[in-house]
Design a binder for this molecule. Structure first.
Ligand code: HMG
Ligand code: MG
Length: 306
């Protein structure tokens, strides 16, 4: 009997951006390049490495130009960075970025707090970014924040999320990552959200981006898998949060995501043990607790074996 080949899931590592942007201790450019290189060595092929945003708004991401410039451009890894406007894209181009991400929200209040403009105004800013990126053959990903609730205005309807996601897709974003910014969503709502959005954007172009504030992130990944989603964003050691979302905690930990996916028979091309070692290292470097349950379990097991 021949075994069916494992289905592939794409793991999009966002720790060096979404994680570090909200850690109290800013890391130097050299330390960030070190972390990203360690992550690339684990088999991760999609790594968000920085953000070309105002250093007044997010000081932790200052120096992203040097970070991106120092990364190799021929190692088969897609290194990406956030850009909120044309100024950000121009900085990304100077750094040699081949992939950027624009970030919108499904809530007006969050849009104002995060990027100081309305949702419509954000699309006016994105249009020239998409146009210039297309001319320069730079891939553009799109984010939608607050897909399962807003820290300022509460409930968000799936129809509102789908509208923003579809606008980003029609504008030319190759993939739309749906962000549960405040980590408040539960699996039933997650399944409904992706089912609805898949009627507007092909499910192959949707990604799940779950923060773990209420401990639901891994359950939400499972629910989205059930809707056919095959791309997930995650942070090594569960680093981070969002500076404009009070109380939000980090993304689902990459180690926990890999433990789930590999256990379910999906292939990722990523070495879980190697990511867990990076998680131990970065947590020690930042002086923070390792927030990956699988990472802690692996560390405890290897301590017992020695
Ligand atoms: P603004 O103050 O409205 O911008 O900020 P402005 O156009 O009026 O310019 C004001 C100053 O900012 C000027 O400098 C510009 O040069 C500068 P000054 O003349 O005063 O010295 N500026 C920039 N500097 C660097 N890079 C740029 C840039 N643009 C203008 N690209 C802006 C608007 C968007 C810049 C600001 O609000 C900002 O930087 N926001 C960043 C917010 C952010 O990074 N949030 C976290 C990432 S999103 C997230 O985490 C959610 C996600 O993970 C998904 C999820 O979980 O939901 C993606
Ligand atoms: Mg996020």
């Amino acid at each position: 009997m021949t075994m069916a080949p494992a289905q592939a899931v794409k793991v999009f590592e966002v720790g060096p951006r979404d994680g570090l942007q909200n850690e109290r201790q800013p890391l130097s450019v050299a330390a960030r390049v070190g972390l990203i290189s360690e992550l690339a060595a684990t088999g991760l092929r999609h790594i968000e490495a920085g953000a070309f945003v105002s250093p007044r708004w997010v000081p932790q991401m200052a120096g992203s130009e040097e970070v991106l410039r120092l990364l190799p451009n021929d190692d088969g890894v897609h290194y990406a960075a956030l850009v909120p406007n044309l100024q950000g894209l121009q900085a990304a181009q100077r750094a040699g970025c081949r992939e950027v991400a624009v970030f919108a929200a499904a809530s007006e209040a969050f849009s104002r707090n995060n990027i100081n403009c309305s949702i419509d105004e954000s699309f006016e800013r994105f249009a020239p970014v998409l146009q210039a990126a297309r001319q320069a053959s730079i891939r553009v990903r799109g984010y939608v924040s607050c897909v399962l609730g807003c820290p300022f205005s509460g409930a968000v309807a799936p129809e509102t999320v789908a509208k923003v996601a579809r606008r980003l897709h029609e504008m030319g974003c190759y993939e739309i990552s749906l962000g549960d910014t405040i980590g408040a969503g539960r699996p039933d709502a997650t399944a409904q959200l992706f089912e609805h959005c898949a009627q507007h954007v092909p499910v192959a172009a949707l990604a799940g981006h779950f923060h773990d504030t209420w401990g639901m992130a891994i359950a939400n990944v499972h629910a989205a898998l059930g809707q056919g989603v095959r791309t997930f964003d995650s942070s090594v050691a569960g680093l981070g949060g969002c500076p404009y979302s009070p109380g939000a905690s980090g993304n689902v930990a990459t180690e926990d995501l890999l433990y789930l996916l590999h256990g379910l028979g999906y292939s990722t091309g990523v070495d879980l043990q190697a990511v867990a070692r990076v998680g131990v290292h970065i947590s020690a470097q930042l002086g923070t607790a390792n927030r990956s349950r699988a990472g802690l379990a692996l560390a405890a097991r290897s301590a017992c074996q020695h």
